[in-house]
Design a protein around this ligand. Sequence first.
Ligand SMILES: C=CC1=C(C)c2cc3[nH]c(cc4nc(cc5[nH]c(cc1n2)c(C)c5CCC(=O)O)C(CCC(=O)O)=C4C)c(C)c3C=C
Ligand code: FE2
Ligand code: FE2
Length: 360
Amino acid sequence: MPHYLTEPAFNHGYTPKTGVLLLNLGTPEAPTAKALRPYLKQFLSDRRVVEIPRAVWWLILNGIILNLRPKQSAEKYASIWSQEGSPLLVHTRKQASLLKGLLGMQGQQLVVDFAMRYGNPAVEDVIQRMRAQGVERLLVLPLYPQYAASSSGTALDAVFRTLLKMRNMPELRTIRHYHDQPGYIAALAASVREHWQKNGRGDKLVMSFHGVPRYTLDKGDPYHCECLKTGRLLAEALELSGDDYVVSFQSRFGKAEWLKPYTFDVLRSLAKQGVGKIDTICPGFAGDCLETLEEIAIEGKELFLTSGGKDYRYIPCLNERPDWIAAMAELVTANLGGWIATPDDANMRQLRARACGAKH
Ligand SMILES: C=CC1=C(C)c2cc3[nH]c(cc4nc(cc5[nH]c(cc1n2)c(C)c5CCC(=O)O)C(CCC(=O)O)=C4C)c(C)c3C=C
Ligand SMILES: [Fe+2]
Ligand SMILES: [Fe+2]
């Protein structure tokens, strides 16, 4: 008998295992120039991230950027590094573990894991490990709420490249974005309301998203529109008028024009206009990381206060919030139809109530 016919998949009564793989960007191994160099090299050699002609870019990257940026970035990482490690890795690991716990309550045969586009744990290694655990169906969720070719796109490329090399590949489903998912929007809104209850309400809510080069919008990347939609839905959930909030874009890299308005320009001009007290939130990041903790919570605050602003408050990312983990579970189970027995509405409410310790 051919070997494959004795494989468990062909035996009666065998249920293939389903894997849920969370993807994130990746982070250096340590907050040092030595660790930053290979991380930045891998990141900035990605053609989805830097689209200028290779020969020119190779010279700029190796001649200038990799000589200067590792030290500068390492100092920034050092200012936000925690006892447990890089916040991005710490939050992603905890999110995967909490999601696994929550989905496990449903009694499903699910393997939940996470991988990083750059650095470790690498996408290929994690998928191979999941296959070795018997995963035959794979659902991939990049943790970026809004799709950009330079974030979710390249993360999914890494999955596709891995499968491209496999003889016996798993079934595959991918989630492109969740910028308008009700559970995600509700968790963001709840985090803002809780912040207001505790600290009082600011005069303006600044919603800062990671930027991308302006030419990517002109070439058809949906990222800009998805950020604006998230902003609008969050404003609606909070019953804000157009004057109460502003959407802006941070983390500009290089000389080209990026999506506008730039967050730092907005902060400076709000302070100069006499808007004394502002709240800032970064809805485009599922967990806190360098870009939120250093750039927005630290640098943004300094800029606002030295420009004449009085009070600057940063609202943390969704991180391990139970309502966000429940939203993730909903997002995942909504995409598992036919693979596992997906919960009906009553089950889903129960799952959410268990996650949040509250009635829904
Ligand atoms: C939220 C989605 C992200 C998009 C879109 C994105 C595009 C993008 N980023 C760079 C360059 C850098 N980004 C860096 C850090 C960084 N970027 C994101 C997310 C998106 N990037 C995150 C979550 C982080 C933080 C990582 C961490 O370890 O905490 C960095 C590295 C740090 C530094 O040296 O500044 C660079 C470089 C480009 C060029 C780009 C789109 C073209
Ligand atoms: Fe980035
Ligand atoms: Fe747009």
